[in-house]
Design a protein around this ligand. Structure first.
Ligand SMILES: Cc1cc2nc3c(=O)[nH]c(=O)nc-3n(C[C@H](O)[C@H](O)[C@H](O)COP(=O)(O)OP(=O)(O)OC[C@H]3O[C@@H](n4cnc5c(N)ncnc54)[C@H](O)[C@@H]3O)c2cc1C
Length: 280
């Protein structure tokens, strides 16, 4: 494993904000991960940091990256075990290579497989759990175990894994034959058009309230384009907050609060953050 003390976290969050962490550890395999989890305190598991806002002060946190745990293993035809650190785009590439279908709607999501499974990420009516067969986790007692999908509770952007603070070590997917390249290309193109990809951001800031779209509520409240310090409610996609270059952690926190307050006053609806915030 690689261990760095007093590590600068800025480049580990897609918001390009982050202070100095007590430790940053990159584990190479499951045994190293188990060792770290059993020995260290105040751990935060990091994937690609595409959904994680990190405080820019001193952080008493040990960040653990699983990115080297990124294997793909074909268990049997269509049954594929994947390391949690695998970049999701590589799973899409593998599906193309093997002619597997099922997760094309998610193409372009910039997270790791572990990050997506943790929060049941999804897009365009498909969620990652639609294709999960089982998940290998480390539970709150530090035990490594495999759980079949039917024994895991999950719903929109929520899983038992997240609620119980388990660590995703690998996920096994069940795919059918028939990769649809046209869907992958269409949604990747849509993302290029509709997301502010040239500015640091964390994707959708707020979950969509049932039957509604946060982006629409933010527009209705007149908050698109609102700025606080270096933070801005994106003009390209109002549910995205972007870092205009020099945003501080507190700018992002304050703009989130301003959007929540504004939407609540205008519509009576309480928005809930989708992004994860590491305070200290
Ligand atoms: C431009 C853009 C577009 C996006 N579009 C979408 C979208 O369409 N749909 C969507 O759902 N999301 C979207 N996202 C958000 C983000 O990509 C997803 O939430 C993704 O699942 C996060 O993965 P990550 O590896 O970057 O997680 P990180 O940001 O590194 O971590 C997020 C959370 O997951 C936890 N975590 C990560 N890996 C593990 C693990 N192995 N075990 C346990 N916990 C873990 C972390 O502790 C943290 O709490 C978008 C983000 C961006 C920047």
């Amino acid at each position: 494993m690689k261990l760095y003390k007093n590590h600068i976290m800025k480049e580990h969050s897609n918001m390009k904000i982050g202070g100095v962490a007590k430790e940053y550890i990159e584990v190479e395999n499951k045994n190293e991960l188990l060792e770290v989890i059993r020995e260290k305190e105040n751990i935060f598991i990091l994937g690609n940091g595409t959904n994680t806002l990190i405080n820019d002060g001193e952080l008493n946190t040990t960040f653990v990256s699983l990115k080297p745990i990124n294997y793909i293993e074909e268990k049997s035809e269509g049954l594929v075990e994947v390391g949690a650190g695998l970049d999701f785009s590589e799973l899409i590439d593998y599906m193309e290579e093997k002619n597997y279908t099922g997760l094309e709607n998610l193409a372009g999501i910039p997270g790791t497989v572990g990050g997506l499974v943790f929060m049941n990420g999804g897009a365009h009516g498909t969620e990652i759990f639609d294709r999960i067969s089982s998940v290998e986790i480390i539970d709150d007692k530090g035990e490594l175990r495999r759980i079949e999908k039917e024994n895991i509770k999950f719903s929109y952007r929520v899983t038992e894994i997240k609620e119980k603070k388990w660590v995703v070590v690998s996920a096994t997917f069940k795919f059918d034959k028939g990769y649809i390249k046209e869907i992958v290309e269409r949604y990747k193109m849509k993302r290029n058009e509709n997301h502010p990809l040239n500015e640091p951001n964390l994707g959708s800031t707020f979950k969509n309230p049932e039957g509604l779209f946060s982006a629409r509520l933010i527009i209705e409240a007149g908050l698109q384009g609102k700025k606080i310090g270096g933070a801005e409610v994106s003009m390209v996609h109002p549910n995205f907050i972007v870092n205009k270059g020099d945003a501080k952690f507190t700018d992002i926190i304050e703009i989130i609060k301003a959007v929540k307050d504004g939407v609540k006053i205008k519509t009576g609806i309480e928005l809930e953050e989708e992004i994860i915030i590491v305070e200290n």
